[in-house]
Design a protein around this ligand. Structure first.
Ligand code: ZN
Length: 309
């Protein structure tokens, strides 16, 4: 078992429209856009990051908005829901806000003893807010009050055809099963960053998911630094996983590997962070380009849709 993983780092999903995506996360959910950059493999596509004031690992929802991308199809082998943590008593505020705005998929229920409000993002993305007592993290209050603001991720849920080897993997990564209800196993990591929970749902009869807009592309787990990342990489490879070399993502270093259930995992460092190339007061405002694409700046600024919020 390894001890370097500290909970979720970020969740990266696919969208079909950058302007709509930005408006939803910044205005509706009240997250701070902490970085406006482009996809490393497709520089004519944005990579947008939303989170708390600093983009603290465990709070960062990121998107690749491919204009006009077809909707994904829900199924097995994917992250089936991403959940954000809100203070106890906050769901009433959000329910009213979401109803007024006509959000789809609104449903209030309880999961593992906590109040939950399910809703869909602009591309049908399955999300929920969970009232979580004892979450000491501070939310971004640019657009919503502190007593209701999103604190960061509460959890992510995976839907798998067969959970056996994924459960083993999570245990190897330092998670422990803490609960089980309605066919969902809850795994929790001790000493994490607050985004400490992964739920695993088994759906043996379901068809495979198909990635498209509204789908999660991958989930990333946090490690403190590059030394810890190298230890995790070695430990995973010793266990038989095929792991990519370390890749510089400008705001963190990343390694990736495919899990037995089909979900793409990343291990990302907490260093150097989103303030490495712009002042904390102005995070996410300017278009930041990876060095290798700087020569394309004029063309990309022309091509990428301007973001209003
Ligand atoms: Zn990532």
């Amino acid at each position: 078992m390894i001890q370097e993983i500290k909970g979720l780092h970020h969740v990266t999903s696919l969208a079909s429209d950058a302007v709509e995506n930005n408006a939803f996360f910044a205005n509706v959910l009240g997250l701070r856009r902490v970085k406006k950059t482009v996809n490393f493999d497709a520089p004519d596509v944005y990579h947008l990051y939303y989170g708390d004031a600093a983009g603290t690992p465990g709070s960062v929802m990121t998107y690749f908005p491919f204009v006009g991308l077809n909707r994904g199809r829900a199924g097995t082998g994917e992250v089936s829901m991403t959940r954000f943590s809100v203070p106890p008593g906050a769901i009433g505020f959000w329910k009213e806000r979401f109803s007024t705005l006509g959000l789809q998929g609104l449903k209030e229920d309880r999961l593992f003893g906590e109040n939950r409000l399910c809703f869909h993002g602009p591309d049908g993305d399955p999300f929920a807010l969970v009232e979580s007592a004892g979450d000491e993290r501070t939310g971004w209050t640019g657009n919503v009050r502190n007593d209701v603001a999103i604190r960061g991720f509460h959890s992510a849920s995976m839907r798998l055809r067969d959970d056996g080897r994924t459960n083993e993997l999570l245990t190897f990564m330092g998670y422990q099963q803490s609960d089980e209800a309605d066919g969902v196993k809850r795994f929790q990591i001790a000493g994490g960053n607050g985004a400490d929970i992964i739920d695993v749902e088994t759906a043996p009869g379901s068809t495979n998911s198909e990635q498209g807009s509204g789908s999660v592309h991958h989930i990333a787990f946090a490690v403190e630094n590059r030394a810890a990342q190298l230890e995790v990489r070695q430990a995973l490879m010793d266990t038989g996983y095929q792991v990519t070399p370390v890749i510089d993502r400008d705001y963190f270093w990343a390694i990736y590997f495919r899990t037995p259930g089909g979900v793409l995992f990343e291990i990302a460092t907490n260093e150097p962070g989103f303030d490495r190339d712009e002042d904390t007061a102005h995070l996410g405002e300017a278009l930041k380009l990876p060095t290798q694409y700087e020569h394309l700046r004029a063309r990309l600024e022309q091509h990428l849709q301007p973001l209003v919020a």
